[in-house]
Design a protein around this ligand. Structure first.
Ligand SMILES: *[C@@H]1O[C@H](CO)[C@@H](O)[C@H](O)[C@H]1NC(C)=O
Ligand SMILES: *[C@@H]1O[C@H](CO)[C@@H](O)[C@H](O)[C@H]1NC(C)=O
Ligand SMILES: *[C@@H]1O[C@H](CO)[C@@H](O)[C@H](O)[C@H]1NC(C)=O
Ligand SMILES: *[C@@H]1O[C@H](CO)[C@@H](O)[C@H](O)[C@H]1NC(C)=O
Ligand SMILES: *[C@@H]1O[C@H](CO)[C@@H](O)[C@H](O)[C@H]1NC(C)=O
Ligand SMILES: *[C@@H]1O[C@H](CO)[C@@H](O)[C@H](O)[C@H]1NC(C)=O
Ligand SMILES: *[C@@H]1O[C@H](CO)[C@@H](O)[C@H](O)[C@H]1NC(C)=O
Ligand SMILES: *[C@@H]1O[C@H](CO)[C@@H](O)[C@H](O)[C@H]1NC(C)=O
Ligand SMILES: *[C@@H]1O[C@H](CO)[C@@H](O)[C@H](O)[C@H]1NC(C)=O
Length: 695
């Protein structure tokens, strides 16, 4: 899937080691260089209080905090969570771990140096949090009197145990690479972990280890046992106490094949027995224990290929005694974004329907879903506990409210949830664009398509506005009612710079039913392209968009669609194409997820050469006249930079203004906030230069 994931889990340790700090003052200013593109003339007495607030700047927009890994302690008294925030002068993001006490309602910092690829885990007693750090902790290392030497040594890593009482770290030298995944055992005395020992000779070898802790006074001595070598790659990992088993999912190293993911268990009494528990060729994830500890729950996302009919999106419950899998009944047409086992049994579900994500619950596998009304917008990262003071915690946002963490004590009164963080407060002091859900019809098949319209601040429902069509990636993602400062879906910032922004949820988007996604197969560019262009037609017909000031852009699949659209019409004055593909056979041959092409194009290149050709912009370049800004990560494996080189060469051959910006150390998702800053700054300049059609 060519996706820009919603949460950027990536911290670049390599960057920490190799980059010199820069002078932040000279390269960015708090007040951005951009004057509002189109300023309205109004007398002061006609300004509403919102219009007196300043508008968002580029730097402000990207200086945003996101939250993830929310986890309650076993008693529910504490909640830990991670804040991800740009660390501008180090070209990276900071991942800090915080502990929120539901009794005192105070949060305390555990560390600013969390190694963010591995989720911290509460010990069964709740006395410790086991975690990994990217460097030396603040307290002294007590184990073996080893002093941590920088630079960070991958081949001599430590598990850190943070004591909730003493607020100190104990370090456990494990003398292996940082594990991929780990899980506490039945009590606080041992941890299981998986180390990836794959190399180019012993392809795909993962080893399961157990560390035993022996506590003597304030020191802990450790013993490490190698338990089992597994001949495939393990991705999720769970200890199942009632049967003394480990449960884990397999994954292929690259996303070469969607079929490789299954669930396995191993009996810790009999290490020879590795049992495969599923065989359905769909990707299982989010393994969790049910709250009674008797079953393993897991979820299945959008099913992207012709899987057996019994495998659909939803939740499943696995009984490890009889190895039976039960599918939770699911009549929901939308998209399941996440779930949490409820303390009293059953699950809470985050369900995306059209442009909002709401909270639902399901008591048992054979009962229906119950919708729990609350705030309208986008909920994420839901967790549940038995603590009546904070039985549900989640992240929430809508177009006018930035993401923050909330605590609710009654699922039936979600709108009285209490906000417990205030990291993005600045956004509430800005004059933000107002949004509206807008719909139109694709005239070819009469499908209703909708999208989100972002009006420039103070210009809600104005007419004849300059338009930017900003297309989400995926395609199986969606533009949602949320406020999320990131360099890919930057509609609020473009609107703050005077553009009416349309974010279309074209065919293939989630939240509109399985058929809406499946209809894109076989015509991924042409159908989505038609969906989008008919939206632009409607905006012009309704007098909302100025037909002489149209622009288009997007990243990943949204960039590929941008490339396609400039071959379908000359109406766009400027285009922004980031991390996009341009020629599908070479893309199929070089991307890390070739099944993406097999699925969306409905076959391999030699089976359906016409589809690969007809859907590719390169063969229609003779029709293009739109000046295009192109950007790509130099080390992108999802859509290699070579696709952008082909696009640039094609535009150059046609003598159409084009600029190619390569972020040499970046992949498909940028690891440095500075790359995002440069990208958006350049894009705004490009829109300003070409977008109004007077250049
Ligand atoms: C912003 O606009 C004002 C008034 O038109 C102008 O004097 C100023 O130079 C502009 N600033 C920038 C950074 O373009
Ligand atoms: C301000 O509002 C008044 C009353 O609505 C209106 O008559 C006037 O034209 C407005 N002035 C401007 C500059 O929009
Ligand atoms: C960026 O955000 C952080 C955390 O919210 C804040 O402390 C800092 O002041 C902000 N930086 C600027 C220059 O506004
Ligand atoms: C850490 O421990 C070492 C060895 O016990 C000692 O030499 C050093 O001073 C300690 N450092 C701090 C910061 O306490
Ligand atoms: C634990 O500490 C006590 C007092 O500090 C000491 O008397 C005892 O010998 C220590 N035990 C071990 C096993 O180190
Ligand atoms: C796993 O494989 C390694 C090297 O191939 C070997 O040294 C180790 O003993 C094996 N571990 C187990 C538990 O079989
Ligand atoms: C799991 O299956 C066994 C054997 O069929 C059954 O006795 C047990 O009740 C089941 N467990 C749950 C939690 O349903
Ligand atoms: C709930 O909060 C009250 C005070 O606000 C506190 O006395 C009580 O212990 C809390 N309950 C739990 C289970 O944390
Ligand atoms: C489309 O938008 C119109 C006007 O807002 C609304 O009345 C109608 O219900 C919408 N249709 C759908 C299918 O959402």
């Amino acid at each position: 899937m060519l996706i820009i994931q919603i949460i950027l889990y990536f911290t670049l340790i390599f960057n920490l080691l190799s980059c010199l700090p820069i002078d932040t003052e000279s390269t960015m200013t708090h007040n951005d260089d951009f004057n509002t593109t189109f300023s309205s003339i109004k007398s002061i007495e006609n300004l509403t209080s919102d219009e007196i607030k300043p508008e968002l700047g580029v730097f402000e927009y990207l200086n945003y905090t996101t939250f993830y890994y929310l986890t309650f302690s076993p008693t529910g008294q504490y909640l830990f969570f991670v804040k991800q925030h740009p660390l501008w002068y180090k070209y990276t993001y900071e991942h800090s771990l915080w502990l929120y006490n539901t009794e005192t309602e105070k949060e305390t910092l555990i560390t600013k140096d969390l190694y963010s690829y591995i989720k911290p885990q509460w010990s069964p007693s709740g006395n410790y949090i086991a975690l990994f750090l990217t460097k030396q902790p603040v307290t002294n290392i007590t184990n073996d009197h080893e002093i941590w030497l920088e630079p960070f040594d991958f081949f001599k890593s430590y598990i850190f145990l943070y004591s909730v009482d003493s607020k100190e770290f104990l370090s456990i030298g494990i003398k292996y690479q940082i594990p991929k995944v780990f899980a506490w055992s039945r009590d606080d005395s041992s941890i299981y972990f998986v180390n990836d020992e794959s190399n180019k000779y012993a392809y795909n070898s993962n080893t399961i280890y157990r560390i035993d802790f022996n506590r003597k006074n304030s020191t802990i001595s450790t013993e490490i046992h190698s338990l089992k070598n597994i001949s495939f790659s393990i991705s999720e990992f769970l200890f199942f106490p009632s049967e003394n088993k480990l449960v884990f999912t397999s994954t292929s190293t690259a996303i070469k094949n969607f079929d490789d993911s299954e669930i396995y268990s191993i009996d810790l009494q009999n290490l020879r027995s590795v049992t495969r528990l599923t065989n359905n060729k769909i990707e299982e994830n989010q393994l969790q224990l049910s709250s009674d500890g008797k079953n393993v729950l897991f979820s299945v996302g959008v099913v992207l290929h012709s899987a057996p009919s019994n495998s659909a999106q939803g939740f499943y419950m696995l009984n490890l005694t009889n190895e039976q899998t039960t599918h939770f009944k699911n009549y929901f047409m939308g998209n399941i974004m996440g779930y949490a086992p409820k303390a009293e049994g059953g699950v809470y579900i985050l369900g995306q329907w059209k442009t909002n994500v709401g909270i639902y619950s399901q008591k048992s596998s054979d009962e229906g879903w119950i919708y729990h009304p609350g705030f309208v917008g986008t909920y994420a990262s839901i967790v549940s506990s038995s603590n009546p003071n904070c039985s549900i915690a989640f992240v929430y946002s809508e177009s006018q409210l930035p993401m923050e963490i909330y605590c609710a004590n009654n699922i039936n009164d979600l709108s009285s949830a209490k906000q417990i963080t205030n990291e993005n407060e600045l956004f509430t002091q800005r004059n933000l664009p107002q949004i509206e859900v807008y719909n139109w019809t694709n005239p070819d098949d009469h499908r209703i398509i909708e999208g989100i319209l972002h009006y420039p601040p103070g210009k809600f429902h104005w007419t004849n506005l300059p338009l930017l069509v900003l297309i989400h990636g995926g395609p199986n993602l969606a533009s949602l009612n949320q406020l999320y400062g990131n360099p890919y879906n930057w509609a609020p910032l473009a609107a703050s710079n005077g553009w009416l922004v349309l974010e279309p949820n074209y065919r293939g988007s989630t939240g509109y039913g399985d058929e809406f996604i499946a209809e894109l197969r076989g015509k991924p560019l042409s159908l989505a392209g038609k969906d989008i262009l008919s939206g632009v037609d409607q905006l012009i017909k309704d007098g909302i968009a100025d037909p002489s000031k149209l622009t288009v852009g997007g990243c990943s699949f949204g960039g590929s669609l941008t490339n396609w659209l400039i071959t379908q019409t000359e109406r766009f004055n400027a285009a922004l194409s980031c991390s996009s593909s341009f020629e599908h056979v070479s893309a199929w041959g070089t991307v890390d997820a070739p099944d993406f092409y097999k699925y969306w194009f409905n076959g391999l290149p030699w089976e359906i050469p016409r589809v690969y050709q007809n859907e590719a912009p390169i063969y229609q370049m003779d029709k293009v006249r739109t000046p295009t800004y192109i950007c790509t990560g130099g080390t992108d494996e999802r859509v290699p930079a070579s696709q952008s080189y082909i696009l640039k060469r094609a535009l150059d051959s046609r003598e159409i203004p084009a600029k190619l910006q390569i972020f040499s150390n970046e992949g498909h998702q940028f690891s440095s906030p500075m790359s995002g800053f440069t990208k958006i700054t350049e894009e705004l300049l490009w829109l300003k230069k070409y977008g109004k059609g007077d250049n």
